[in-house]
Design a protein. Structure first.
Length: 104
């Protein structure tokens, strides 16, 4: 088995540092779930290190999310180190339960 000198946390920070070093503009997209939340928090750590705050954080609000998710994302978007990019776009969702109404 091969073991690395770095732990997963440090390796993730290094990968995100590479993104910041290689890009003029960094935008983190979140869903409100735990995976994208971790990526956003890691990006905030690196943005602070590199004096690249506020971090642009994007959320596509489909207006069908759980209220707890909306509440969480709203709290993220109000953080002073975040530049919110909160988009609400009308969607047509297919409706497989009605033979007359194909979309809701």
């Amino acid at each position: 088995m091969i073991y690395l000198e770095k732990n997963v946390f440090e390796a993730a920070l290094d990968r995100i540092r590479f993104v910041f070093d290689d890009s003029d503009d960094v935008i983190v997209s979140i869903s409100g779930g735990k995976d994208s939340t971790v990526v956003m928090e890691l990006a905030l750590i690196v943005a602070r290190e590199k004096n690249r705050l506020p971090l642009k954080v994007f959320w596509l609000d489909q207006e069908v999310e759980w209220q707890s998710t909306v509440d969480y994302v709203e709290s993220v978007m109000r953080r002073p180190e975040v530049q919110p990019l909160w988009f609400q776009v009308p969607f047509k969702f297919t409706n497989s339960l009605s033979p007359e109404k194909n979309f809701i």
